[in-house]
Design a binder for this molecule. Structure first.
Ligand SMILES: [Zn+2]
Length: 361
């Protein structure tokens, strides 16, 4: 009954729904790039094994199409991985890796594209990005990237901004599964500039399944049971994510039809421009930070909003879009190169284009 109703409201939704949900699974490294070899375990083999298991689980769902960047032990250039996903017009990109550190650090973390200015976070991105040096034409293919200063190349486009919330949502679901049923140590959802994530134009995450350098964790990840557990956590998160996207598609339709009703009744002018507030989103992640200027490169005031365990940090607040733009510039100047303007109305997040439209009315 419900399905029929949706189809009758929107043939577009029905069309979209009949299209398969494409998931690109990216096993990190491969071929002459072994990845890290902590405790003698091989990142490239573990990543591939987990990815193949995720794929096998997802393929049982007839609405999902799985695309691999590699299915065997071969070397794939980083930019080719993104290209495969973009050309497939995939709905999701999931890259799987294993971590390493010269300490007893352990636990799982899932990354989305962005900058949070944390030095330790920079290390992981640098390590994963450095694989481009193993490629033949890296000077040409990555000319725009200066690996020593990731801030210089981030420049999130509007499109990537659109994907950030979805990427964080998936990342959170993956981490929750790792720490829930599997009881892995949670290192959280984090942001940094991973080239492989920068090149895709869809919600994208990079999963660090654990530290091979920490022997008990390396042993777990190298075992069939461990790989099975990690794989089913990722697969379940993808399915839960798909479900939430499917549900949201329905919501959007409801909002649109509601908006057209409001418009018909000539109520648009009653929306007060004072209701729209702009803020600058400077960081997001699963870590709760004190709202002190020293945690935000001197910026103040910073506000925080928590949703499903993800904390978003905002600089400033204004009802004037031009002021918002200068606040963004200021945050840029402090090193938040990927910060962006968000709009809220009566405490509810709204799309920026809608917000700008509504204040110009
Ligand atoms: Zn890796």
């Amino acid at each position: 009954m419900i399905a029929l109703l949706i189809i009758s409201i929107s043939p577009i939704y029905a069309q979209q729904n009949s299209k398969k949900f494409k998931v690109v699974l990216d096993a990190g490294h491969g071929g002459h790039d072994p990845g890290n070899m902590g405790s003698g375990f091989k990142e490239k083999d573990i990543a591939l094994s987990i990815v193949l298991k995720v794929g096998a689980m997802l393929q049982k769902n007839k609405d999902i199409e799985v695309i691999y960047t590699r299915k065997t032990d071969k070397f794939v250039d980083l930019f080719v991985r993104g290209k495969i996903a973009n050309e497939a017009e995939a709905d999701l990109f999931v890259s799987v890796h294993c971590n390493a550190h010269n300490s007893s650090a352990h636990g799982t973390e899932t990354w989305v594209l962005g900058l949070d200015g944390n030095k330790r976070n920079m290390e992981v991105a640098k390590k994963e990005n450095s694989v481009i040096y193993l490629e033949e034409n890296y000077e040409v293919n990555y000319a725009q990237y200066d690996l020593n200063s990731p801030e210089s190349f981030i420049g999130l486009t509007m499109m990537q901004e659109e994907y950030l919330d979805q990427s964080i949502l998936l990342a959170k679901m993956i981490q929750d599964n790792f720490t829930g049923s599997l009881k892995r140590k949670d290192r959280g959802v984090k942001q940094n500039v991973f080239i492989v994530l920068h090149q895709t134009v869809m919600p994208s995450v990079l999963v660090e399944t654990g530290f091979l350098t920490y022997k008990p964790e390396g042993k777990y990840l190298n075992s069939n049971g461990g790989q099975q557990g990690m794989a089913s956590s990722i697969a379940k998160a993808v399915l839960a994510y798909k479900k939430s996207v499917d549900e949201n598609t329905g919501d959007v339709i409801d909002e649109t039809s509601l908006a057209s009703i409001v418009q018909d009744e000539g109520m648009v002018s009653s929306i007060s421009s004072n209701d729209v507030v702009f803020k600058i989103q400077i960081a997001a992640g699963s870590n709760k930070l004190d709202l002190k200027p020293y945690n935000f490169k001197g910026l103040s005031p910073v506000t925080m909003q928590e949703e499903n365990g993800v904390y978003r940090y905002f600089y400033g607040e204004t009802t004037n879009f031009e002021t918002a733009k200068s606040l963004q510039k200021e945050a840029n100047g402090k090193g938040y190169q990927s910060c962006f303007i968000v709009a809220y109305k009566n405490g509810q997040k709204m799309s920026l284009s809608e917000a700008v439209k509504s204040i110009s009315n």
